[in-house]
Design a protein around this ligand. Structure first.
Ligand SMILES: Cc1ncc(COP(=O)(O)O)c(C=O)c1O
Length: 434
């Protein structure tokens, strides 16, 4: 008789894992406070004292800036908006090249296009999956203006080396720290390591406001430009003096008072949530990495990652079973997380297909049908989006990386033991998969 659930055997776990809900009474009280005030948003898209938003937004920004030890925090309605605003604030021109990661959520690679910039993909590191300094250097051309680094999976990028590269080549450095609130590099917070950083507050993240984001920087000018882009820049610039009109076509990236009020409570919970997340991850790591087919996920020296997901490197040669088959078998042993049933069991094969393989890049169709911004005379360079340009990202996607997302509070040891048991069982009966 077959043992593995994927072959009709008994599952390790049939009961869904407890819901990952971090909001409760305190958030309810915060929302009630806003409703009682009658002010759900106070932004005005004109040069006015309300141009910078209402009391909850301002308080949230101040509290965020204080926690992360940074001069400016600018609340936005998503990290996507925040990255777009950061690229605009950085002064990217049509035809400028911006080095991006192929191994991220699409927004951090697509952002340059909003301003006519050309995303140029550099490869990732084999151990930490952030942008590789050597690959960045190899991609720099006279057209390069900026780099968007990503603290992927909650692990800070190689800040000392990449910051030095950016400085040497006079490039603006944008840090997508959507997955890394509270991560540290040499005692400095991720998000504050580059010229400007962007956090996500969407509901998948460590703390959240449903949807939302926060842009942080110590640079007064960048901060002010982000605030302008957030709120219809063009409409205010006749009344508010500005040294340039470049990229001052604005958007509505404003955060509501309710989101900000929730965010203020969530920020207070960050330390506690990180602590339980890190304890659970340490437990999982200890048990899972005794399996010969899983390689310990490395941690960059002198950093504290915050594990958006736990990454596992799969040794196909040791196991004999293709990664995807192995992952499918583990998933079949488990149940989904309550309230996230539609996402299936949270074990991923390879994270994301390298982003340059998206049709957008393959066909070079972004805005309009004529190939803007890649066409001449806008762009005079020669970017490649061919398969093979980032071999490490391709390898991780195709057969090496496994991502595990079942460890968040309020999971207890019993839940984690089920996850471990699923992996152990599939390892033990792997011959059934051949
Ligand atoms: C690395 C990264 N960047 C950007 C984003 C975009 O965040 P948001 O959903 O807040 O726009 C995400 C969201 O998952 C992300 O993981």
């Amino acid at each position: 008789m077959k043992q593995l659930a994927i072959n009709g055997g008994k599952k390790v776990r049939t009961i869904p894992f407890p819901a990952y809900v971090t909001v409760g009474e305190k958030e309810k009280q915060a929302i009630a406070r806003v409703i009682d005030s009658g002010v759900l948003s106070r932004f005005l898209g004109a040069w006015h004292e309300d141009f910078y938003g209402g009391p909850e937004v301002k308080a949230f920004e101040n509290e965020w800036a204080k926690y992360f030890g940074v001069k400016h925090a600018v609340a936005v309605n998503s990290a996507t908006s925040g990255i777009y605003a950061a690229v605009g604030a950085a002064g990217i021109n049509p035809g400028d090249e911006v080095i991006v990661s192929p191994y991220s959520m699409s927004a951090s690679a697509v952002a340059p296009l909003i301003y006519g910039g050309i995303p140029v993909f550099a490869d990732i590191e084999t151990d930490y999956f952030c942008l590789s300094p050597a690959s960045i250097e190899a991609r720099i051309t006279p057209l390069t203006r900026a780099i968007i680094v990503v603290d992927i999976f909650g692990q800070p990028y190689d800040a000392d080396i990449i910051n030095a590269i950016a400085k040497r080549h006079k490039l603006i450095l944008i840090e997508d720290c959507a997955q890394a609130p509270g991560a540290k590099y040499k005692r400095r917070f991720a998000g504050t390591l580059a010229d400007i950083g962007i956090f996500s507050l969407n509901y998948h993240k460590h703390i959240h406001t449903g949807e939302g984001g926060m842009v942080v920087t110590n640079d007064d000018r960048l901060a002010e430009r982000v605030r302008l882009i957030r709120n219809h820049a063009e409409a205010v610039l006749s009344d508010k003096p500005s040294d340039t009109l470049v990229n001052m076509v604005g958007f509505n990236y404003r955060m509501t008072e309710i989101e900000a009020a929730i965010g203020r409570v969530q920020l207070k919970k960050l330390n506690r949530l990180l602590k339980s997340r890190l304890e659970n991850i340490a437990y999982l790591k200890k048990k899972l990495f005794s399996l010969p087919c899983l390689e310990p996920a490395k941690v960059r020296p002198q950093t504290q990652p915050v594990y958006y997901v736990l990454t596992l490197k799969y040794r196909k040669r040791t196991s004999g079973v293709p990664r995807d088959r192995f992952v499918e078998a583990v998933a079949a042993e488990l149940a989904p997380i309550t309230l996230r049933e539609t996402e299936g069991v949270k074990i991923g094969k390879g994270y994301t297909r390298p982003l340059y393989l998206l049709p957008l890049f393959q066909k070079r169709i972004a805005f309009g049908k004529n190939g803007y911004p890649w066409m001449k005379p806008i762009y005079s360079g020669h970017v490649s989006y061919n398969q093979g340009i980032c071999p490490v990202a391709e390898r991780m996607y195709e057969d090496e990386l496994i991502t595990l997302g079942i460890f968040q509070s309020p999971l207890i040891r019993k839940d984690l033991n089920d996850v471990i048991a699923a992996f152990q069982k599939v390892w033990e009966y792997r011959s059934e998969l051949l």
